[in-house]
Design a protein around this ligand. Structure first.
Ligand SMILES: [Zn+2]
Length: 288
């Protein structure tokens, strides 16, 4: 069941669960994500970053669409951190149902201007738009995902104006997460009071980026306080490739159908844990 982000997340917001956006740029990871979410009857978002998209052929996007359409779970194909209007247009042409325009490092007025421009192109073709206010931090190992060294927290007094002037569908906010896996000496702490304040200001679904390796209790609380989408990239890839390295220790193994099944199973354990944590299990029933 392929849909856009707004239609997917309005239901999540109403029923107090969050849908994971798994960064998925290989067909083996896609297979594991879709299997795991189908088994748990969990709505899902397949996210693809422009760096991942530049490596993939457009035919991969057709594959993702097909997978979601043929599954019995609601799903969205989402451009993660679109950086330019051209990247967003490519995604819309390829068949994404949702795009993010990340102009969070630009000025407030520039962020509003480009977000509006993207919305003008996206809404007439039923594609929903996510923007970001404030900036997520970086751990230095978030793959292609950037961030500032110091998190710039979302300022609550800018949120209402931004949402009203742009008409954006969903908003990523910076409340203390960073992209990537946190180094041992870095202790992430979410500002849950800030989330509560922002949740009280606007009605649209709110998004948390950099959701890998925050403490489970903070993430669960963020979901209870009204986060509707959480981006997960590093955690699932870590599990997948850790197992891959292990399997490939045997120099005689070369068949994909021997190498990948254990990697997919290892990754699915992480997926199940995230679905549970986000309260996303058995939520397909709300999309009839
Ligand atoms: Zn992100």
């Amino acid at each position: 069941m392929l849909m856009n982000m707004k239609d997917l997340l309005v239901v999540a917001q109403k029923n107090k669960f969050a849908v994971p956006a798994f960064n998925t740029s290989s067909s083996m990871i896609l297979k594991g994500v879709m299997e795991g979410c189908r088994e748990k009857k969990s709505p899902v978002i397949i996210a693809i970053h422009p760096d991942e998209l530049s490596f993939l052929e457009d035919s991969y996007i057709a594959t993702v669409r097909e997978e979601i359409m043929n599954s019995n779970i609601p799903g969205v194909i989402h451009l993660d951190h679109g950086g330019t209007f051209a990247q967003v247009m490519r995604a819309i042409h390829c068949g994404f149902t949702s795009v993010m325009i990340d102009a969070s490092l630009l000025s407030f007025e520039e962020n509003i201007a480009i977000t509006k421009k993207v919305i003008e192109a996206a809404h007439p073709v039923n594609v929903s738009v996510e923007a970001e206010l404030g900036t997520i931090g970086t751990t230095g190992n978030g793959g292609g995902e950037a961030g500032t060294e110091q998190i710039i927290y979302t300022q609550p007094d800018t949120v209402k104006e931004f949402v009203e002037r742009t008409g954006v569908d969903t908003l990523a906010i910076a409340i203390g997460t960073s992209h990537g896996i946190y180094p041992k000496n870095m202790k992430p702490k979410l500002k849950l009071d800030l989330l509560k304040e922002i949740r009280g200001i606007v009605d649209i679904p709110l998004v948390l980026h950099g959701g890998s390796s925050n403490t489970d209790s903070e993430i669960a609380e963020a979901v209870r306080l009204g986060i509707s989408k959480i981006n997960i990239s590093s955690d699932i890839k870590d599990a997948f490739y850790k197992k891959c390295r292990e399997v490939l220790q045997d120099p005689d193994i070369r068949e994909p159908n021997a190498i990948y099944p254990p990697c997919i199973e290892a990754m699915k354990e992480v997926i199940y844990a995230k679905l549970e944590l986000f309260n996303d299990i058995d939520k397909v029933k709300y999309y009839k």
